[in-house]
Design a protein around this ligand. Structure first.
Ligand code: AHM
Ligand code: MG
Length: 356
C-alpha cells in the first residue's frame, strides 16, 4: 500500500472483509520496508475529504446545495454548487496534508503548484456526473495519485502531472449511490470499501475485485449514434443484434450472445462501477462534437483504466491502451472504452480489425 524505498519483496497480507480502510492502508505500509508513512497519510487525508463530501451529498436537498453557482469552468461547463463544494473540500484537505506538490482538478483552470518539495501529485474530478445531482442519481469522485520523479532535486511543476497513467501509484473512485462505496487500488488489486455512515468508517466489502472476462451489458450514450464513426456505429448495431449487423471481424472461440442489455446512467463512476462488478463494456467514443472524446484523461480515464487493469479488465481509446497515453495538457480529453477483456477486444476489432 505504501511506496517503498527498498527492493526487497515483502508478502502482503491477504485483504480480509471487514478490515477498515485505515487498517488496509496501514497493512500496505508495513508490507513496504522503508516506507515513510507519507503515502499512507495522504490516502487517509483523501478518505477524510471523501467522508466530508459524502455528508453533503447525502443531504444535498436540505443544505441549499442544489443548482448552479453561476460560474463556468475551464471546460465551458456550468459549475454546480456541489461541484464547487467537493472541489474546495479536496483542495483544503490536500493542502493541509502538506504532501502535494501538484494538485489538478476538473474545476481548476490550472494546476496548483506548491512552493515546497512535496512529493505527490493528486489529480481529481471532485464530483463526477454533475448533470445527475439534481435528480438524486448516482454521482461520484475520481482521483489518481502519482509520485514526483525527482522530489528532492526539483520544485514541483505541471510536468509532474503530465505523465502516462501506467506511472500511477494509487487510483480510486467513490460512488455515492444507495451506499457509499470507495474502490481503491495501490497497484495490488482493486478493492471496494463500503462506508458505515453511523460511525464514519469505510470497511472492506469486496476484496480483489475481478472484472468478469465477458459481460452482457453495453453502456454508451446512444443518443449520439448519428455522430459516431461508421466503425463505432457497426459495433452498436452488432451489440443490439440489428438485422444484417456484421459480427466482429475476428471470430471468437466462444460466440458472443447478442443482443447485449443496455445500461447508461450518465455518471462515469456509476456506469464504470457496474461494468467493473458485472462485466460488459462502457464506451464514450469520439464523435463529431467531441472529436477527441469527452472524458478527461488525467482525472477520469486514467484512474478508471488503472482500476480496470488491476481487476483484469481493459481500458482503451478503442485502439490504444489508455495508460500508455503521454499527456500534453491538464484537461486533455480522450475517447474511453473500458470493461471486460472480451467485450473491449470485440469493440477494438470493429475499430481497427485487430485484437487488443
Ligand atoms: P462531468 O465530470 O462534468 O460530470 O462529466 C463527465 C460525465 C461522465 O460522468 C459521464 O460518463 C458523461 O459525462 C456523460 O456525458 P453525456 O451526458 O454526454 O452522456
Ligand atoms: Mg467527470
Amino acid at each position: 500500500m505504501a511506496e517503498s524505498n527498498s527492493s526487497i519483496p515483502v508478502r502482503r497480507p491477504a485483504p480480509v472483509v471487514g478490515t477498515t480502510l485505515r487498517e488496509h492502508v496501514l497493512a500496505g505500509m508495513h508490507a513496504a520496508p522503508g516506507a515513510t508513512g507519507d503515502f499512507t497519510s495522504l490516502l487517509n487525508h483523501i478518505s477524510l475529504a471523501i467522508r466530508i463530501i459524502n455528508t453533503r451529498v447525502r443531504a444535498v436537498g436540505l443544505a441549499d446545495m442544489l443548482g448552479y453557482t453561476g460560474e463556468t469552468n475551464i471546460q465551458g461547463e456550468e459549475v454546480q454548487k456541489l461541484d464547487a463544494f467537493a472541489n474546495e473540500v479536496l483542495l483544503n484537505v490536500l493542502d493541509r496534508s502538506g504532501f502535494c506538490g501538484v494538485v489538478g482538478s476538473e474545476e481548476l483552470d490550472e494546476a496548483q503548484i506548491a512552493e515546497t518539495h512535496a512529493k505527490y501529485v493528486v489529480l481529481f474530478d471532485p464530483l463526477d456526473g454533475s448533470s445527475n445531482i439534481d435528480t438524486n442519481v448516482g454521482i461520484g469522485t475520481i482521483f489518481a495519485v502519482l509520485r514526483r520523479t525527482e522530489p528532492k532535486l526539483s520544485r514541483p511543476s505541471l510536468d509532474d502531472a503530465l505523465r502516462p497513467g501506467r506511472q500511477i501509484l494509487a487510483a480510486g473512485y467513490v460512488l455515492y449511490g444507495p451506499s457509499t462505496v470507495f474502490v481503491l487500488s495501490t497497484g495490488h488489486g482493486a478493492h471496494a470499501f463500503t462506508l458505515d455512515p453511523s460511525i464514519g468508517e469505510f470497511f472492506l466489502s469486496q476484496p480483489d475485485i475481478r472484472c468478469p472476462r465477458r459481460g452482457t451489458c453495453f453502456s454508451v450514450n446512444e443518443g449520439y449514434f448519428s455522430r459516431w464513426s461508421p466503425e463505432v456505429q457497426a459495433w452498436a448495431r452488432w451489440v443490439k443484434a440489428e438485422k444484417g449487423a456484421a459480427a466482429p471481424p475476428i471470430a471468437s472461440a466462444e460466440p458472443f450472445k447478442v443482443p447485449y442489455s443496455s445500461r447508461y446512467v450518465g455518471s462515469l463512476v456509476a456506469d464504470a462501477h457496474r461494468t467493473l462488478i458485472k462485466g460488459g463494456i462502457f464506451a464514450y467514443p469520439a464523435d463529431t462534437q467531441h472529436t477527441g472524446g469527452k472524458l478527461r484523461l488525467l482525472y477520469e480515464a486514467n484512474p478508471m483504466a488503472f482500476l480496470f487493469e488491476q481487476a483484469g479488465g481493459l481500458a482503451t481509446t478503442g485502439k490504444d491502451r489508455i495508460l500508455d497515453i503521454v499527456p500534453t495538457a491538464l484537461h486533455q480529453r480522450t475517447p474511453l472504452v473500458l470493461g471486460s477483456k472480451d467485450d473491449v477486444t470485440a469493440f477494438q476489432q470493429f475499430v481497427d480489425g485487430s485484437p487488443t
